[in-house]
Design a binder for this molecule. Structure first.
Ligand code: TXA
Ligand code: MG
Length: 348
């Protein structure tokens, strides 16, 4: 166990680069130790991307399988050329359009990027986050920062500092508490080494938005078919699983209510994942949690992981979840829900 420092930082503060807490956290990164920090998507656990010692600390703290590569975070577009090579005009166009923001590009790596970061792959994933705290930290540290989501492997990604504390307190040097993250699901991972580019993980930037900038974009076949191996190693793991058995119920309210009635007769503790529109229409469930407004899918994305953690705290045996349209940010929501439910769906 180590003592984990907690720094409260206000992301609206001006001149964050001069904040003594940011300077202290950056100094710890320069010493090849690891700290958690907010990004606009989820909290990340950062370490010096050039240091094998720092990278090892990240894997150890999370209990992360070593074949799962990390995303390198940069504070400016120029920094990308110190990490990647052969950046095509289309990839540049995406950086110019969506950075800083929730888009990760997989590009050919430069020789001096540690193979610990890329898990031996010849490519590296890179993104420039759109959170002033994250960017100040990376620029004060003056290093590319490798950062996976700051959760224990297999837990939902953290969208509040208290989630990081509950998973990693005593295991890492510090946590910058910058409040809740905005997007709530991770960045979109886009492989720019294929023609057309391929979405390996849906996320904060939607397929529709990418198509507007580069024309055609394909999906990794593993996103829809279970007999394919995902090209992003992390996508093959059963992530985001709540402790209860979770089911997606596309048919919605009446079907869910019937299932709840059945389970309650058998003495089970039942949870329902719903939205503001429907939160008052269910009876008999032990806990009904709204994760946002159905007509505003960005609100659902923002609260999704927090909601999954709340079900764990409520100790339910089973969770029934409404489903969402598979478009825009809905693609990322449905991808994460489906993983949380291990694909279990009740059709009728
Ligand atoms: O929003 C995010 O992306 C957050 C914040 C902290 O930036 N980070 C994040 O990192 O979600 P992580 O490690 O939880 O997920 C990274 C994903 C994994 O599925 C990993 O396998 C994939 O990106 N990945 C990393 N490098 C890759 C590469 N060279 N080729 C293919 N997939 C890669
Ligand atoms: Mg993760």
């Amino acid at each position: 166990m180590v003592e984990t420092k907690i720094w409260q930082v206000d992301r609206t503060e001006r001149h964050l680069e001069n904040d003594p807490m940011i300077i202290e956290a950056a100094e710890i990164l320069r010493q090849n130790d690891v700290v958690a920090f907010p990004t606009e998507t989820v909290y990340g656990l950062g370490g010096n991307a050039k240091s094998d010692e720092a990278i090892q600390r990240i894997y150890t703290a999370k209990g992360r399988p070593s074949d799962n590569p990390l995303i390198v975070h940069v504070a400016s577009k120029d920094q990308v050329d110190t990490i990647c090579t052969d950046i095509t005009p289309s990839a540049r166009k995406l950086m110019n359009t969506f950075w800083p923001g929730p888009l990760t590009l997989v590009l050919p790596k430069r020789g001096d990027v540690s193979t610990r970061v890329t898990a031996g792959l010849s490519t590296v994933a890179v993104r420039m986050p759109n959170d002033p705290i994250a960017r100040a930290l990376i620029s004060v540290a003056n290093l590319p920062i490798a950062a996976p989501s700051a959760n224990l492997s297999g837990k939902p990604s953290p969208t509040l500092a208290k989630h990081v504390i509950s998973d990693l307190n005593g295991k890492i040097a510090g946590i910058i508490d910058g409040g809740s993250t905005g997007v709530g699901v991770e960045s979109t991972v886009l492989d720019c080494t294929t023609t057309p580019f391929t979405i390996l993980r849906p996320g904060g930037v939607s397929k529709e938005q990418l198509i507007e900038v580069v024309g055609l974009v394909s999906d990794d076949p593993a996103l829809t078919r279970t007999d394919q191996t995902p090209k992003a190693p992390g996508m093959k793991y059963k992530h985001y699983a709540p402790m209860a058995l979770m089911y997606m119920v596309p048919k919605g309210k009446e079907t869910i209510q019937a299932l709840v009635n059945q389970d309650k007769e058998r003495g089970q503790r039942v949870g329902i994942l719903t939205t503001d529109e429907n939160v008052h229409s269910y009876l008999n469930a032990d806990i009904v949690i709204s994760c946002g407004e159905r007509t505003q899918l960005s609100t659902v994305a923002r609260r999704l992981y927090q909601t999954l953690r709340e079900f764990d705290d409520a100790n339910v045996d089973v969770i029934y979840s409404e489903t969402f349209p598979d478009e825009g940010i809905g693609q990322a929501i449905m991808n994460r829900l489906s993983k949380a439910a291990s694909g279990r769906t009740i059709e009728s």
